[in-house]
Ligand binder design. Sequence first.
Ligand code: ZN
Ligand code: ZN
Length: 279
Amino acid sequence: MGKRIDPDPVPTGKTGQLTMKITFLGTGTSQGVPLIAHPATGGCDLGDSRNWRTRTSAHLKIADLSLQIDAAPEFRLQCIQNEIDWIDFFFLTHGHADHIMGMDDLRRFIDLRGGEALPVYSTQEGLDRVSTIFPYAIRPKPEFKGYPAFALNLMPESLELPGCQVDYVALPHGRFEVMGLVFTETESGKRIAYYTDCKRLTPRAIELAKGADLVVLDALRPMSHPTHMTVHEATEAAELLGAKQTWFTHMTYIIDHEMDNAKLPNTVSFAYDGLTVSI
Ligand SMILES: [Zn+2]
Ligand SMILES: [Zn+2]
């Protein structure tokens, strides 16, 4: 059963160069897959490497920018395995542990930037959590060489970066509001929407992502959950948005890539760790 979406199709940008690229560093729910002391019985086939899921985060290349979304607890290993060697801007979708706990390892990128603080964008809740967990990193330069330094910025509704615009929409996630992000490449107008950790899409989120070139959606598991979309809810959202391709993320051990992927519409697929998609 092959995948229905070509994960790396021929680039179609004006210049013929790859213009937008997303790498799924991690695609697992907050406990990862497999769980500790749990053989995934009745769930996914652990003989398939696509079912081994570190916590959810992603890296985007847009124009000349390297953009990092969230830093999972496995962030250091994710960077090594996926050869991430630079970050220009960091986006924290929200302050849950599975998205924030790898941020100390951003220190290496601050070192590579010559000790310049890394711009971090998030909600007020997200920034408050960064300040609480990493107080030693809130400074324009590292305290000592090799230490982290974050320049905290409240995410505006629309952020203009060189060659790229980033629109932000709040998504409901229980007691949290999560940053939904839509990246538009200035030259081509291509759009990638990244909506992780949400119970549903808001009218504004639908407006921003409708007809996008690529959409990423939270799709936890088949059974209902108070703060995440189920696979069925995410599939409905994907059909509503009508993106050229939709990739699901933040899955539990119950999702088996091969078996459950076959049940999804043709333009929708479960992502997996290490997957890179270029548009
Ligand atoms: Zn999460
Ligand atoms: Zn969360």
